[in-house]
Design a protein around this ligand. Structure first.
Ligand code: ATP
Length: 320
C-alpha cells in the first residue's frame, strides 16, 4: 500500500545541537502510528516539521507521494490536535468545529455544505447532543473530542496528535485510549501520535517508532518492539527489564518456585500491588532480579529462599 505520509532523512538543528538527526519513517493509510521516546528526544520537533511549523535543514516530507517540505502549514492536508486542545472558550462546540471550516471556505472559495459536515463529524465523536455547550461546560474527555472534531472536519490526510491524553486525569486516560482508537478506526484517517507513555503507544498503535536523542532506534509493531527490541534502550523504554548474565528478561517472565530448577536466591522484598506482586530477589552471587507474579500465585515473603527461572524463549537479546 502506498504510504500516506513519508518522512525521509529529516534533520533539524537548533543552536548548539541537533534536535532531529536523520529520521525516516512512513505511515500507511488508516494506520495509527505512535512516535515515542523520552522528553527532549525530538518527537514534537518531528511533528512540527510535518505540520509545517518548522522547516527541516535536510530531508524530505511527502504526503500521498507529493513533497510538502516547504509548503506553509495551511497548504498541507495535515491537521494538529494540540496537547491543551486550544478550544475557543467563547464559542460553542458547534462554533469551534465550524471555525476551521469557515477559514477553509474563505481560502478555497468553494461552496461547502458546512452544516452537514459539522453534523456528521459531531455525530462521529458523539458530541451532537452537546453542540450548544461552551468548552467550560465540558469534561476533559469531551473537550478532547471537540478538538478532534475540529480537525477531522477538515478531512486531513493525516491527523497529528501531540500527547493527546496528557491533559486528562489518569483514570480517564485509560478509558479515552479505547475511544480514541475506535474513533480512528471509524474515520479511517491516519493518525500520527506523539507520546512519552510507552503503555499508551503499545496499547493503541498499529505501529510504533521509538526515538532516542534525535534518532529512530526501531520501528515495528508493538509486539515486535516489546518482544524483540534491537537495542537495550528500546527494551528498557518499553518496559522494565532484568539484565542478568548479559540477557534481558521481563519481570513477568521470571518464575519463582520454592524448589526445583533455576538459580537460587533470597527474597529481599515483596510489594503487593493489588492484582500482582513485585518480588525482588537477590541471586547467589549478588545480582538482583525482579519478578512480577499474579497475587494469587505468590506465597513468598522477604527472607524466603527461592528458585528463579525463565524460559529461553522469553529472553531478550538486543544487538546493542
Ligand atoms: P517532550 O516529550 O518533552 O515534549 P520532545 O521529544 O517532544 O520532548 P522536542 O520538543 O522535539 O522534544 O525537543 C527536542 C530538543 O530540541 C530539546 O532538547 C529541546 O530543548 C530542543 N528544542 C526544541 N525546540 C527548540 C527551539 N525552538 N529552539 C531551541 N531548541 C529547541
Amino acid at each position: 500500500m502506498a504510504a500516506v505520509l513519508e518522512v525521509e532523512g529529516a534533520v533539524k538543528g537548533f543552536p548548539g545541537h541537533r534536535a532531529v538527526d536523520g529520521v525516516t519513517f512512513s505511515v500507511e493509510p488508516g494506520q495509527l502510528f505512535a512516535l515515542v521516546g523520552p522528553s527532549g528526544c525530538g518527537k514534537t520537533t518531528t511533528l512540527r516539521m510535518i505540520a509545517g511549523f518548522e522547516t527541516p535543514d535536510e530531508g524530505e516530507i511527502r504526503l500521498r507521494g507529493e513533497p510538502i517540505t516547504r509548503l506553509p502549514p495551511y497548504a498541507r492536508r495535515v491537521n494538529t490536535v494540540f496537547q491543551n486542545y486550544a478550544l475557543f472558550p467563547h464559542l460553542t462546540v458547534r462554533g469551534n468545529v465550524e471555525f476551521g471550516l469557515r477559514r477553509e471556505r474563505r481560502r478555497s472559495g468553494a461552496a461547502l455544505d458546512m452544516r452537514a459536515r459539522v453534523d456528521a463529524v459531531l455525530n462521529m465523536v458523539r458530541m451532537a447532543e452537546k453542540a450548544d455547550r461552551r468548552p467550560e461546560q465540558l469534561s476533559g474527555g469531551e473537550k478532547q473530542r471537540v478538538a478532534l472534531a475540529r480537525s477531522l472536519v477538515l478531512e486531513p490526510d493525516v491527523l497529528l496528535l501531540d500527547e493527546p491524553l496528557s491533559a486528562l486525569d489518569p483514570n480517564l486516560r485509560k478509558q479515552v485510549r479505547g475511544e480514541l482508537k475506535a474513533l480512528q478506526r471509524r474515520t479511517g484517517v491516519a493518525f500520527l501520535m506523539v507520546t512519552h507513555d510507552q503503555e499508551e503507544a503499545l496499547s493503541m498503535a498499529d505501529r510504533v517508532a521509538v526515538m532516542n536523542a534525535g534518532r529512530l532506534e526501531q520501528t515495528g509493531s508493538p509486539r515486535e518492539l516489546y518482544e524483540r527490541p534491537r537495542t537495550r534502550f528500546v527494551a528498557g523504554f518499553l518496559g522494565p527489564v532484568n539484565w542478568v548474565d548479559g540477557v534481558g528478561v521481563r519481570p513477568e517472565a521470571v518464575r519463582l518456585a520454592g524448589e526445583g530448577d533455576g538459580r537460587e536466591g533470597l527474597v529481599r522484598s515483596a510489594a503487593y500491588l493489588g492484582n500482582r506482586v513485585m518480588v525482588e530477589v537477590e541471586l547467589n552471587g549478588g545480582e538482583r532480579v525482579v519478578s512480577e507474579v499474579r497475587a494469587g500465585d505468590c506465597m513468598c515473603a522477604a527472607g524466603d529462599r527461592v528458585r528463579v527461572s525463565w524460559r529461553a524463549a522469553d529472553e531478550i537479546r538486543p544487538e546493542s
